[in-house]
Design a protein around this ligand. Structure first.
Ligand code: FE
Length: 234
């Protein structure tokens, strides 16, 4: 498996490029609009055919690169089940598996940051956690139908029960960290360590964070798979 972690400095977003070297077929998880040229160039240089753009959720802090990448490559767009994106070619239910040659990407429904959110378990040893779980942190739960109790259940019952050595690749990082493991997060993540469900809910509900700067443009655009023109025309 070819596995690359890519970073967008403006939104602190990680995009993941995953490819099957045998068939040269690739997918991107959470591509960012401002990085489409970078990602497209990398695909060309590595001689890869982009088959899928997969979202962990409808983002509020950046616009997805999916629509532009579809125009360039004809790839399919994939979002979690119940995500409000009618433009998507496919909605992935909890437990559904997307395969690409030797690669299997299993959707694990992990709502709470948003009400529809998937983590993706890749080949049984990498977990792309989106905004459900960060390295020593987690996504906020105060908009887009987020719910702290639901996030607590998703993380503690679904992600923390994966094998200890599973590599954790988050959707964002704000501290320069890139990868962790399930064992490490269970042991050291301060949002969950030593916090029961009610304490977690109280803590999350008291965070009082400002809205993301791009929220008003990003959410409608992402509900159109990153088509900025049709989002503004609605
Ligand atoms: Fe998010």
């Amino acid at each position: 498996m070819l596995f690359r972690q890519l970073y967008d400095r403006e939104s602190s977003t990680f995009t993941y490029l995953i490819a099957d070297p045998g068939s040269h077929r690739a997918l991107l998880v959470d591509p960012v609009l401002g990085q489409v040229e970078r990602d497209f160039k990398l695909l060309q240089e590595l001689n890869l055919t982009l088959c899928f753009c997969v979202e962990t959720h409808i983002h509020a802090d950046h616009i997805t690169g999916t629509h532009q990448l579809q125009s360039k490559t004809g790839c399919l767009s994939i979002v979690p089940a119940q995500a409000p994106a009618a433009c998507a070619d496919r909605h992935l239910e909890d437990g559904e598996v997307l395969t690409l040659g030797d690669i299997s990407l299993k959707a694990i429904a992990t709502p709470g940051h948003t009400d529809s959110h998937n983590a993706y378990w890749v080949n049984g040893d990498h977990i792309l956690t989106g905004d459900a779980l960060f390295i020593r942190g987690c996504g906020r739960t105060d908009f887009q139908s987020g719910d702290a109790g639901t996030l607590y259940d998703s993380v503690t019952q679904k992600l923390f029960t994966l094998p200890d050595a599973t590599l954790v690749y988050p959707g964002h990082d704000y501290h320069g960290l890139t990868v962790s493991t399930i064992q490490e997060e269970r042991q050291w993540n301060p949002r969950f360590k030593g916090r029961g469900r009610n304490t977690f809910i109280e803590f999350m509900n008291a965070l009082d964070l400002p809205d993301p700067q791009k929220m008003m443009e990003a959410v409608p655009a992402n509900e159109c798979c990153g088509r900025v023109d049709s989002a503004t025309a609605r």
